[in-house]
Design a protein around this ligand. Structure first.
Ligand code: NAD
Length: 248
């Protein structure tokens, strides 16, 4: 599938990896519909922007149906909306709050399910073309494989995203829709720049090469490649400069 001329929905596009992805795809000729909880003040919504909470299946479905209705079809959905969470199972205040765990599950795991199902719904209505009907790109994290201390909730949700990649690809194969997950290491977004300098240095020290945080544009470049390479399916791709997270 060519990015140029494709209709692509990007969730989490108001910031970070989603924002860089939306910019890159637009610059390369895609028609991009952005979906986020809210957009920066002064930036209008409209045909190309929809506010939706990914934890709400109806809101997500409405946003994707609207995108398909407005632009005639949706060819790719790139799901970047997500939250980080760091809390230990127990600390000096007592055991972790179950509501905090549930919140991360709702956004990162249920949210991914909601986006994948709505993507499948709208793409399955595309005419079957040479390149199939579409592609769903999900975002996990290297924490799915090497969750650190304090990442029980986050790692569980990202491992869930990794775990759903193959069955989603299998469920959608008959419709000619692919599913690929990207598992980033540490990238320069609010998720990492809000951390203390000590923690940021730690994250960089876990890379193999290059020894730095990833740039959101590098994530966007991989999304572009995934959309265009029809042989990529049912795969989880680490994009992490060889990062291997220790316990911390
Ligand atoms: N930045 C990193 O180092 C890194 C590393 C590994 C994985 N990831 C993953 O990449 C994804 C994007 O992260 P980022 O660094 O760009 O984060 P970010 O905080 O910069 O951007 C996340 C975006 O998602 C939106 N969002 C959050 N909850 C939402 C909801 N319920 N409904 C709709 N939109 C919602 C936010 O408004 C924001 O615009 C996340 O899933 C994150 O876990 C990021």
């Amino acid at each position: 599938m060519q990015v140029e001329g494709a209709v692509v929905v990007v969730t989490g596009s108001a910031a970070g990896l989603g924002r860089a992805t939306a910019r890159r795809l637009k610059a390369c000729g895609a028609q991009v519909v952005e979906v986020d909880l809210h957009f920066p003040q002064g930036e209008a919504t409209g045909r190309e922007r929809a506010t939706a909470d990914v934890t709400d299946a109806d809101q997500v479905e409405t946003a994707l149906r609207k995108a398909a209705h407005t632009f005639g079809r949706v060819d790719a959905v790139v799901h970047c909306a997500g939250v980080a969470a760091g809390f230990r199972l127990i600390d000096e205040r007592g055991p972790a709050d179950p509501a905090a765990f549930q919140r991360v599950v709702d956004v990162n795991l249920v949210g991914t399910f909601n986006v994948a199902r709505a993507a499948a719904l709208v793409m399955s209505q595309n005419p079957a073309g040479e390149f199939g009907r579409g592609v769903v790109v999900l975002t996990a994290s290297v924490a799915a494989f090497e969750g650190q201390r304090g990442q029980t909730a986050y790692a569980a949700t990202k491992a869930g995203v990794v775990g759903m990649t193959l069955p989603i690809a299998r469920d959608l194969a008959d419709y000619g829709i692919r599913c690929v997950t990207i598992a980033p290491g540490a990238f320069e977004t609010a998720l990492t720049t809000d951390l203390t300098p000590w923690l940021q240095d730690k994250l960089v020290s876990y890379t193999t090469f290059p020894r730095r945080l990833g740039k959101p544009e590098e994530f966007a470049g991989l999304v572009h490649a995934v959309i265009e390479n029809d042989m990529l399916n049912a795969e989880v791709i680490r994009l992490d400069a060889g990062t291997r997270l220790p316990s911390l």
